[in-house]
Design a protein around this ligand. Structure first.
Ligand SMILES: Nc1nc2c(c(=O)[nH]1)N[C@H]1C(S)=C(S)[C@@H](COP(=O)(O)O)O[C@H]1N2
Ligand SMILES: [Mo]
Length: 245
């Protein structure tokens, strides 16, 4: 299948880039902590330039018009029971904030207002659930790439992990993380995101199946190593980690 070939090619390109990064750092083992010497900066810039250069080649998921919007069922968790979430919910999410940490130079914590101040993107897309239904909705949020730019992703970063208030854990690779339609959505169909759909902020990963779009976001961690989320990961449900559509 063409799509599979494309994915394999992208993966090969990522692997290639990683080895180029390694080559400009002789004597620097993978385990050594990041330093900020000029040599490393070279690798840094190379990696970032390459990621950015590859981005325009990323296919966008189809976007629809307002009249295509359909009703969307709320599925899975629709109001996390965790005490921490319930207290945020009863305070209208005034105390909610999202920690973005890990392999970044400036770990940061974002309130909803701070996320809303960053450049936003609105997209009308089809959500496809693994259970066989699909629905079209309009999503508004901040591109994840903007948030990752703000915290300064380190050059060795390869994956972005997400954690939710209903104890989901999952991750995506940098191609999906930097994809222009991958957003942290705080709005749906022109309103603040409803609790049942993941309030106050959920992920939208438009080129993968619905369960990758994690609701009720709590924490984002940029990582170097692949992490399928362990006990809380989708793999435990028998679901694949990568489910491109
Ligand atoms: N945190 C969290 N995220 C989640 C889920 C969930 O139960 N918890 N369900 C997933 C699944 S299987 C789907 S189809 C969509 C459902 O989103 P919706 O409730 O807005 O329709 O969210 C996904 N993200
Ligand atoms: Mo789903």
């Amino acid at each position: 299948m063409i799509d599979n070939q494309l994915i394999t090619r992208r993966r090969a390109i990522i692997a290639g880039l990683a080895s180029v990064g390694g080559m400009v750092l002789p004597g620097c083992s993978r385990e050594s902590p990041p330093s900020y010497g000029n040599l490393l900066r070279m690798g840094d810039n190379l990696t970032y330039a390459a990621h950015r250069a590859l981005l325009p080649g990323q296919k966008l998921a189809r976007e629809y018009s307002r009249r295509d919007i359909s009703s969307m069922p709320a599925t899975g968790t629709t109001n996390p029971e965790a005490e921490e979430y319930q207290s945020l919910y009863h305070n209208k999410f005034a105390g909610w904030s999202l920690s973005v940490e890990g392999m970044v130079s400036r770990p940061m914590v974002f309130t909803v207002a701070e996320l809303k101040r960053l450049p936003s993107r609105t997209q009308i897309t089809r959500h496809t659930c693994e259970e066989g239904w699909s629905a079209i909705a309009e999503w508004t949020g901040v591109p994840l790439s903007r948030v990752l730019d703000a915290v300064g992703m380190l050059p060795r970063a390869r994956f972005v992990s997400f954690y939710s208030y209903d104890d989901w854990a999952d991750s995506i690779d940098l191609f999906d993380a930097l994809h222009p339609q991958t957003i942290l959505a705080y709005g749906m169909n022109g309103r603040d995101l409803a609790v049942a759909h993941g309030a106050p902020v959920r992920l939208r990963v438009e080129r993968q199946i619905g369960y990758k779009s994690m609701k009720f976001l709590k924490r984002i961690v940029v990582t170097e190593e692949f992490d399928d989320g362990g006990e809380n990961g989708n793999i435990q449900n028998g679901w694949a980690w990568y489910v491109g559509i």
